[in-house]
Design a protein around this ligand. Structure first.
Ligand code: SAH
Ligand code: SF4
Length: 421
C-alpha cells in the first residue's frame, strides 16, 4: 500500500506541480520519506535517514515525512527533526500539493476520507498495476497499529476501481493487483450510502470483465472472511491468479483469541485445506508473528503444526514488536526477546525444509509466466499464475508478455527455466 501511496504522490507532484523523479538525493528539491510503522525498526530508521538526507541535500531542498509513522508521531517529528518541512499522514496523500507549498504543514487526520479522490496517474511498472480498493481497517487486532494510522475502513466506489483498472490495462498492464488491508471485506462501508451493495467476489467479477485484463491478484484477504462464495470465485474465475495470501499470525487458537483475529486454528485449517482441495495448483502464502505476549512453547508448536499441514509456499515471519496505541503492548506476559528469536529461527528452519521439498517437485513442470522485469543479472523475471518467481535468459521483447516456461532449476526463492516455444 505504501508503494501505491508513493505512486499517487509522484503522480500529483508531476501533474499539478512541476516535479520529476531523480535517484540522486543531492540533486533533489524535495525529499519524501514514505514510512511504515507496523514494527518498531522502520520507525527508528526514519530519524537516522532524515539525518543522512539533511546532510547531503542541496541548499533549500525540502524534506517531507509521509505515511504511517507520520500519522502516529505527528508533530513530534518536527520536535525530533526540526529540518523536516512537512508531515503528511497516510490517508492524507491527496493533500501533497498543499503540503509542499505551506511552511511546517501537518495533516495526520485518520478520519479524512480520500476514498473517492481521483488521483493523477503514475505507475512504476507498466506491466502490473496496483489499484486500491479500500482505505483503513476496521479490525482491531491487538498487536496492530494500522487502524490507528490509517483509520476506519472505507471501500472505494466500484466504478472508480473499474475505471482505473481499465485505464491501466489499456496502457499495457495485463495484471491488476487489488490492494486493501482486508480486501475480502470489500463493500462493508461506502462513503456514498447510495452505492450499490456488493462484496469482494462481485468486485472480482466486475474487474475480470475488462477484456484487456488477463490476471488479477489481491492482497490482503482476511482468513475470517474466506467464505465458500469467495473460495468458489477464486477457484473458478480464470483471470484470478491462483495464489492466496492467508495471514495466519499464530496457529494457536488461544493466541488468536488474544490477538482478536476472529478465527481459530480449526477454521484456518479448514479454509486452507478446502482451498488446496478446490485448487490443487494454488500457492498459499502467509504472515506469522512469533513471541506474541503469553505465547507458550505449546502455542508455538500449534503454529508449526499448521505450517506442516498447510505447507505454505511463502512465509513472511516476524518477531512480535510492541507498538504504541495497541492493546497487546500493555499485556503483562511479554515473551523474552531471546525466546522469540529462537522460535523465529526454528520456524524459518522448518520452512526451509518444506520449501526444499516443494521446490524439488517443480522440476520439469511448465508454468505460464508474465515477464515484468529485467534484472541486473540480465535475466528476465516474472511470476507464474500461482506467484512463483521465475527467471529465464531471454529476449527483451518477452517483457510484458506471458510465455510458457519449463523449470530446469527450481530453488527455494526463485525458479530458473527456459521458454518453451
Ligand atoms: N491487513 C493485513 C496485515 C497488515 S500488517 C492482515 O491482516 O493480514 C502486515 C503484517 O505485519 C501482519 O500480517 C503481521 O504479521 C505483521 N505485524 C503487524 N503488527 C505487528 C507487530 N506489532 N509485530 C510484529 N509483526 C506485526
Ligand atoms: Fe492490522 Fe488486523 Fe487490520 Fe491487518 S486486519 S491491518 S493485522 S488490524
Amino acid at each position: 500500500m505504501n508503494v501505491r501511496d508513493s505512486e499517487h504522490i509522484i503522480a500529483e507532484l508531476g501533474n499539478k506541480e512541476d516535479y520529476v523523479l531523480t535517484n540522486e538525493a543531492c540533486e533533489a528539491d524535495l525529499i519524501l520519506i514514505n514510512t511504515c510503522s507496523v514494527r518498531e525498526k522502520p520507525v527508528s530508521k526514519l530519524f537516522s535517514e532524515i539525518g543522512v538526507f539533511n546532510k547531503h541535500k542541496k541548499d533549500g531542498a525540502k524534506i517531507g515525512v509521509c505515511g504511517c509513522s507520520a500519522s502516529h508521531l505527528g508533530k513530534d517529528i518536527f520536535k525530533r527533526a526540526p529540518e523536516v518541512n512537512f508531515v503528511l499522514g497516510a490517508r492524507n496523500v491527496s493533500k501533497i500539493t498543499q503540503a509542499i507549498n505551506t511552511d511546517k504543514f501537518i495533516s495526520v487526520d485518520i478520519d479524512y476520507d480520500e476514498s473517492s479522490y481521483a488521483f493523477s496517474e503514475f505507475r512504476n511498472n507498466a506491466y502490473k498495476a496496483f489499484v486500491n480498493i479500500s482505505i483503513g481497517c476496521d479490525k482491531k487486532c491487538t498487536y496492530c497499529i494500522v487502524p490507528h494510522t490509517r483509520g476506519d475502513e472505507i471501500s472505494i466506489p466500484a466504478q472508480l476501481i473499474v475505471n482505473e483498472a481499465r485505464k491501466a490495462a489499456k496502457n499495457g498492464a495485463k495484471e491488476i493487483f487489488l490492494l486493501g488491508q482486508n480486501v475480502n471485506n470489500y463493500g462493508r462501508r461506502f462513503s456514498d450510502k447510495s452505492h450499490k451493495k456488493m462484496d469482494f467476489s462481485d468486485l472480482l467479477d466486475e474487474v475480470s470483465q475488462i477484456d484487456e485484463v488477463e490476471r488479477i491478484r489481491f492482497t490482503s484477504p482476511h482468513p475470517l472472511h474466506m467464505d465458500d462464495k469467495f473460495l468458489k470465485v477464486f477457484a473458478q474465475n480464470p483471470k484470478v491468479c491462483k495464489s492466496m495470501h492467508m495471514p495466519l499470525q499464530s496457529g494457536s487458537s488461544r493466541v488468536l483469541e488474544h490477538m482478536k483475529r476472529g478465527y481459530t486454528k480449526e477454521w484456518f485449517l479448514n479454509r486452507a485445506l478446502k482451498l488446496r482441495s478446490m485448487v490443487p495448483d494454488a500457492s498459499i502464502s502467509t504472515d506469522i508473528i512469533v513471541g506474541f505476549p503469553g505465547e507458550s512453547d505449546e502455542d508455538f508448536e500449534d503454529t508449526l503444526d499448521v505450517m506442516r499441514q498447510v505447507r505454505f509456499e511463502q512465509i513472511f515471519s516476524f518477531k512480535y514488536s510492541p507498538r504504541p496505541l495497541t492493546k497487546a503492548a500493555e499485556f503483562k506476559e511479554q515473551v523474552p526477546p531471546d525466546v522469540a528469536s529462537n522460535r523465529l529461527k526454528k520456524l524459518q528452519v522448518l520452512q526451509e525444509e518444506i520449501l526444499d521439498e516443494i521446490s524439488k517437485e517443480k522440476l520439469n513442470l511448465e508454468y505460464k509466466v508474465y515477464f515484468e522485469e529485467k534484472r541486473n543479472n540480465k535475466m528476465l523475471a516474472g511470476k507464474s499464475d500461482n506467484n512463483a518467481l521465475v527467471q529465464v535468459e531471454g529476449k527483451d521483447e518477452w517483457l510484458g508478455t506471458i510465455q510458457k516456461v519449463r523449470i530446469t532449476n527450481p530453488k527455494r526463492l526463485s525458479m530458473y527455466g527456459e521458454v518453451v516455444i
